[in-house]
Write a protein that binds this ligand. Structure first.
Ligand code: ATP
Length: 394
């Protein structure tokens, strides 16, 4: 084990590939998770995140590559022999057993002393806030409570790694948000490694220490939430996390790009060479809208022109779509802090300029893996506005 870089990783995947027949579900994946990390596998349906989780759990075997947990190769080791536990979207509780007996089940099978079982079960039920429900049956509990039982049942075994497969997927939005906060608290409290699978970008941003964004069986970026959002690596990541405001451009110098629509902007071009094609990303909340009568922006700021195609009131903000021509569409999010200001926002058909601070623009590469399977190029307008609404808290 080459742990000369420091501590042995909690979970390590080395060039892991999983094929189902000719289909490659996971393609040459390498990951290193630190102990106690909240690590999320994020991506659209079919990108291979569940398959990756199932290989760590031992429900699937990799076709190629290595998986190590705390330095130990786990190839061929069945799920119950691994230092992992899995929480599924369907809570998979025993309906005929009480909450307490559900949580105690694994410990009883391991023939642990009765007193110790009672003590550990009590502690876990307290941790997940269900001490008062110990004698109830799962059917007498809400979905959120049942998922807490499933969590207690997994944690009571003291796994080194807890694997969670869309655990909040069956719950409604409000409950899901409550449980996100709760899960994060519990994870900090127990301090074990969590590997969390979700297709919900907001959930991933809220809870994770790091996120691996997956597309068609491959990882496109592994980074902290702020970095994935502010510094996406590819067009796919930019579009999947948040709204894809992508302006096609060419790198024209060491510190310069030229947008296809004509504007030249000085910016960091790290990782790019002169002549490279790329996209410039500016997040919706970082764009400013200027109309003819209100040229309040500084003359030095980068600026593009376009036509407003829609303006949508979202409660906390107004979302304005601006067409720059050549199929480039930008979304602007203006907070509704001041009603008089909101009334002055341009409506459909208005000619506007969009400006931004240079540091809020970031260059991304075309995704090497293309658009996700089954999707057309990027998300629809409705998808985009839904994403905005959820990231605004509705
Ligand atoms: P979802 O959220 O929809 O489950 P996912 O990203 O978790 O998506 P996986 O479940 O990992 O995706 O599946 C990745 C791909 O592998 C999918 O196209 C799926 O159809 C395929 N796949 C998964 N399991 C099998 C299997 N046992 N046999 C054949 N194909 C499979």
């Amino acid at each position: 084990m080459d742990d000369h870089h420091g501590e042995t990783p909690s979970v390590e995947l080395r060039s892991v590939t999983k094929r189902f027949g000719d289909f490659v579900a996971v393609n040459d994946l390498s990951l290193e998770l630190e102990r106690g990390e909240f690590f999320t596998l994020l991506g659209p349906s079919g990108c291979g995140k569940t398959t990756t989780l199932r290989m760590i759990a031992g429900f699937e075997q990799p076709t190629e590559g290595h998986i190590r947990i705390e330095g130990e190769e786990v190839a061929g080791m069945p799920p119950h022999k691994r230092p992992t536990n899995t929480v599924f979207q369907s809570y998979a509780l025993f309906p005929h057993l009480s909450v307490e007996a559900n949580v105690a089940f694994g410990l009883k099978r391991k023939k642990i002393a009765k007193d110790e079982i009672a003590e550990r079960v009590k502690a876990e039920l307290e941790r997940v806030g269900l001490a008062a429900e110990a004698n109830r049956r799962p059917s007498q509990l809400s979905g959120g409570m049942q998922q807490r039982v499933a969590l207690a049942r997994a944690l009571v075994n003291l796994p080194k790694v807890l694997l969670l497969d869309e655990p909040l997927g069956a719950l409604d939005l409000k409950l899901r948000k409550e449980l996100q906060v709760e899960l994060k608290r519990i994870q900090r409290d127990v301090g074990i490694t969590f590997v969390y699978v979700t297709h919900d970008q907001e959930e991933a941003l809220t809870m994770s220490d790091r996120i691996a964004v997956m597309n068609r069986g491959r990882v496109e970026q592994i980074a902290a939430p702020e970095q994935v959002y502010d510094r996406p690596a590819t067009t796919f990541v930019a579009g999947f996390i948040g709204v894809s405001n992508l302006m096609p451009a060419t790198v024209t110098g060491g510190q310069e790009v030229k947008l296809d629509e004509g504007t030249t902007i000085s910016t960091s071009t790290d990782g790019f060479s002169q002549g490279d094609r790329c996209h410039a990303v500016v997040r919706p909340e970082k764009l400013r809208v200027e109309t003819d009568g209100n040229g309040n922006g500084s003359a030095e700021l980068p600026r593009v022109e376009g036509t407003v195609t829609s303006s949508l009131y979202l409660g906390t903000a107004t979302q304005i779509a601006v067409d720059l021509g050549e199929g480039v569409r930008m979304t602007v999010l203006v907070p509704n802090a001041d009603e008089a200001e909101r009334q002055r926002l341009p409506g459909g058909g208005a000619r506007v300029a969009l400006s931004w601070e240079p540091e809020h623009m970031h260059l991304v590469r075309e995704s090497p893996n293309g658009a996700p399977a089954g999707s057309t190029d990027g998300a629809s307008a409705e998808d985009q506005s839904q994403k905005l609404e959820t990231s605004q808290g509705g």
